[in-house]
Write a protein that binds this ligand. Structure first.
Ligand SMILES: [Zn+2]
Length: 257
């Protein structure tokens, strides 16, 4: 299993570095900025081997050009979105073998935040970009609520112990919304307390486990009574399916920003 390091970047992004134990090779996930990667590479005497990209937004791709110019490495990313610097477009069903770090990942199509968003799943790790967040989920840009709902269902079907490596530090603000939706969920209150402790020392609250998300992330709990009731109150009418609850909850989250 690769060793993972978080590189904080831009305002609240994480760039993930994957390396094999004892090795110098490193695979970079979603470099929105080249500089923190170049610094980490120089400081730790690393050798970049590849870049993985989840979707086309600038805060995930703007570092690619600088890194490719310096290290001449392949860039794997979504076949169904426009990322001009990709060398290897990939989509659902592709298995990536990253020899340099002895790792294998399966590509998952997880659209919704953007229409062609992908994730990388392997070794019990999921790099899911801006699809599922700790205690929340991505905004809908050029995807649809229906796509995002089905993408979260796909993620929820992975093993509970899966580690969720999303691309932003949003846990605290997401939990404030989760607490508003589910004031009776003590697991949310506990997680908020733990999150504030971690953030007060500057520590990352990512990754989480899928099990923790299922306990505290309202977007994975759209079939539970309190989430349904709160979201119906917000919508002002009955919601007739879990997907309708999800869609109204996503809209509520946008309004709460
Ligand atoms: Zn994004």
């Amino acid at each position: 299993m690769p060793k993972i390091t978080a590189l904080p970047a831009l305002k609240d992004n994480y760039i993930w570095l994957l390396r094999n134990k004892g090795g110098r090779h490193v695979v970079i996930v979603d470099p929105g900025d080249a500089r923190p990667v170049q610094e980490a590479v120089a400081t730790n005497n690393l050798e970049p081997a590849a870049i993985l990209i989840t979707h086309c937004h600038y805060d995930h791709v703007d570092g690619i050009a600088g890194l490719v110019a310096e290290y001449d490495i392949p860039v794997y990313g979504p076949a169904n979105e426009f990322v001009p610097t990709l060398s290897h477009p990939v989509a659902e069903g592709i298995h990536l073998h990253l020899d340099a770090i002895a790792a294998d990942f399966r590509v998952l199509d997880i659209p919704g935040h953007t229409a062609g968003h992908i994730g990388f799943y392997g070794h019990g790790l999921l790099f899911c970009g801006d699809t599922l967040f700790t205690a929340g989920c991505g905004k809908i840009f050029n995807g649809t609520a229906k796509q995002l709902f089905h993408s979260l269902e796909k993620i929820a079907a992975l093993p509970d112990e899966t580690l969720i490596y999303c691309a932003h530090e949003y846990t605290e603000e997401n939990l404030l919304f989760a607490r508003m939706v589910e004031p009776g969920n003590s697991a949310v209150v506990q997680r908020l307390k733990k999150t504030r402790q971690l953030r007060s020392t500057g520590a990352a609250t990512v990754p989480s486990t899928l099990a923790e998300e299922k306990r505290t992330n309202p977007f994975l709990r759209c079939n539970t009574k309190e989430v349904v009731n709160s979201t119906e109150r917000f919508a002002g009418h009955a919601l007739n399916s879990t997907e309708e609850v999800f869609s109204a909850l996503r809209y509520w989250r946008d309004c709460a920003d």
